[in-house]
Design a protein around this ligand. Structure first.
Ligand code: 0RA
Length: 639
């Protein structure tokens, strides 16, 4: 093992080596991807992957990636070191095999990898072939070994060049400018990948140093994928804290899952990895995960009678709304359905993940009832929204909303560019009349709604869609409803709800917000929906007239006056929009330079939906309680 000199006769082996490397040089794209920055990044990743494999095997805990000032890159790991000894069959040093033979690295018989990023060290010879120069240094058995290459060809045997006190491998290369015309790296993109790698390999530290800009980052996450999930959810409102975590090995497949529910309405963000490779199209492990959580949550909801016997199961989409998860499997022989490894196909990965999550998540829900309740309520909520959207689509399909011309009551604006146009949905015919007179007709359209559009408490979802006023809104917007809603067809990019500051007004806002939340959610998520804020008070003081939007504002103003002046003040309280003449309405509530409008957030809309559900009378006791405890505050109710 100590004599590591290799012969360089031009034998049959040498021929195949050169042919192999020539193939890479001729068609670099086949091996490394595009010969631009992406290919350069892939080279770095290939080499780092080899080191991560060594960490996964349990032998390395540190990787240093270094971009040097001359655009060369070096990668060091403190693993066992690529075996420098002569391989009997190939009659060549293990280092030279790894660096020059295509598909050469990785599997060296005994001691080879159980788990690998799937490339088995293919990367090293490819990087070598596409480099101007490269060298490999190995610290092992107290010695420092080194071999140098030019355009893939060894410049001599593996030599002992010094002593070593530790073990490890360093690969250092300069990409060939004839292959990569411009050598530039994107620090952020590479760092992102290393961060991911560090999350996925608990206890691994990846240091990333860029000499070109003197930046250094170190990635190390004791928490592994739990920290990953925390990071993904860093700006979100959480339904559980800390994340759920499970780890188990089932028939040679190691499974790690971390997940955490948020209050988001977005589709799930589930990241699936096999041997640290991100599988964008998921595959067997993802299927196993989905199956398990759908089953566990349904079983739990039924066992706790949250889901009644005759109610249908929560769907996969329902249980995944707002879910962030990382599913990571490590297995001996990962099979992917495509070259880009986007999809894992090993069936044993599905079984292993399903069993692991099935048991552990069921136990988690039992042991954490508060979290369990929040999660199940969230999924029930998602189910309700899904059914509402289906009902809406059905209504549209039946043609109930088709063939409508613009509603007769609509006073349209003259501009036809939706980006500049807005529509005021106004409570009451009289306020509607004032708004029509007061508006700027170039860009402001007015749609008056009859005082009480529906008895909110009695409103049923299906009836809501059948309601004339609601249908007038749908046709005026011109973008469909429910699943068929298409925001690009909107006739106005801003819809403003203008209603009175009283109980009826609050009900109408609740109803409309619920409607948009359930049937035109994009109106909210795209920021199209607003609430106009008419003033509550007009304070006259001599010739001065001022509007105030709250009691506090009014008091503050009046308190600042001298006692003498305070006596001369007259205060008018607006009970409804109808009390304002068109000029006042324009000045206070419609003129873009003066008005106050509130953009509706998803939180506002969800609150409205909950209020609406309660008022609708699904659950009688909470409804009574709500009306009693909130009736005093209802004038300030924003939804
Ligand atoms: C084959 C066998 C052994 C280690 C390695 C390859 C190895 C490859 C790379 C590539 C980058 N860093 C690496 N570290 C190790 C195990 C040899 C033994 O039995 O000790």
């Amino acid at each position: 093992m100590t004599n590591t000199t290799t012969t360089h006769e031009y034998g049959a082996d040498q021929m195949t080596v050169l042919e192999g490397l020539d193939a890479v040089k001729k068609r670099p794209g086949m091996y490394i991807g595009p010969t631009d920055i992406n290919g350069l990044h892939n080279m770095v990743r290939e080499i780092v992957d080899n080191s991560v494999d060594e960490a996964l095997a349990g032998y390395a805990d540190t990787i240093d990636v270094h971009i040097h000032a001359d655009s060369s890159v070096s990668v060091f790991d403190n693993g066992r070191g690529i075996p420098p000894g002569i391989n009997q069959k190939q009659q060549m040093s293990g280092i030279e095999i790894a660096a020059t033979i295509l598909h050469g690295g990785g599997k060296f018989g005994e001691g080879g990898y159980k788990v690998s990023a799937g490339l088995h060290g293919v990367g090293l010879s490819v990087v070598n072939a596409l480099s101007d120069w490269m060298y490999v240094e190995v610290q092992r058995d107290g010695k420092l070994y080194r071999q140098e290459y030019r355009e893939g060809i060894p410049q001599g045997p593996v030599k002992v060049v010094g002593k070593a006190t530790k073990t490890g491998t360093t690969v250092h290369w300069l990409p060939n400018v004839n292959v990569f015309h411009e050598i530039d790296y994107n620090y952020k993109q590479l760092a992102q990948r290393f961060r991911e790698m560090a999350y996925l390999t608990k206890g691994l530290r990846i240091r990333f140093i860029d000499d070109r800009s003197d930046v250094e980052t170190s990635f190390y996450f004791e928490g592994g994928i739990v920290a990953f999930v925390r990071h993904l959810n860093r700006d979100k409102t959480l339904l559980q804290k800390p994340p759920f975590y499970a780890e188990r090995t089932v028939e040679n497949v190691n499974v790690e899952v971390a997940m955490q529910y948020t209050d988001s309405y977005d589709r799930d963000s589930i990241y699936a990895f096999a041997n640290n490779i991100n599988n964008a199209d998921g595959g067997a492990h993802l299927t196993g995960f989905r199956t398990a959580i759908t089953r566990v949550i349904n079983n739990y909801a039924r066992a706790k009678s949250i889901l009644k016997e005759k109610e249908e199961n929560l769907s996969g989409d329902d249980v995944r709304e707002g879910l962030t998860a990382v599913v990571s499997v490590k297995l001996t022989d990962p099979q992917f359905s495509s070259q880009t490894k986007e999809k894992l196909v090993n069936p044993e990965a599905k079984t292993a993940v399903e069993a692991t999550v099935g048991d552990a998540f069921a136990a988690y829900l039992e042991e954490n009832p508060a979290e369990g309740k929040r999660i199940v309520e969230k999924t029930l909520f998602a189910a309700r929204a899904r059914k509402a959207a289906m009902a809406a689509r059905e209504t549209v399909r039946k043609g109930a909303l088709e063939g409508f011309s613009l509603p007769g009551k609509l006073a349209d604006c003259s501009d036809s560019n939706p980006a500049r146009c807005e529509i005021y949905v106004v409570e009451g015919d009289s306020a509607g009349g004032s708004a029509k007179q007061g508006r700027d007709r170039r860009f402001q359209a007015i749609l008056p709604l009859r005082g009480k559009i529906l008895n909110v408490e009695r409103a049923r979802l299906d009836r809501l869609l059948g309601n004339n006023e609601v249908r007038a809104i749908i046709t005026a917007l011109g973008a469909g409803v429910g699943d068929t809603f298409d925001a690009t067809k909107l006739r106005y990019h801003r819809l403003l709800i203008m209603s009175d500051a009283d109980v009826d007004g609050a009900h109408i806002r609740t109803l409309l917000l619920t409607f948009f939340f359930r049937y035109m959610r994009e109106m909210i998520t795209n920021g199209h929906l607003y609430i106009a804020q008419p003033p509550l008070f007009l304070v006259k003081h001599g010739k001065e007239a001022k509007y105030f939007f709250s009691e506090e504002q009014r008091e503050e103003y009046v308190n600042k006056l001298t006692p003498e002046d305070q006596k001369k003040v007259s205060v008018q309280r607006y009970k409804g929009l109808g009390e304002m003449n068109p000029e006042q309405l324009w000045e206070t509530t419609m003129n873009p330079t003066n008005r106050i409008i509130l953009q509706v957030t998803m939180e506002d809309a969800q609150l409205a939906d909950e209020t609406f559900t309660m008022l609708m009378g699904d659950l009688v006791p909470p409804r009574k309680k709500f009306i009693q405890t909130h009736s005093l505050e209802v004038k300030n109710l924003d939804v």
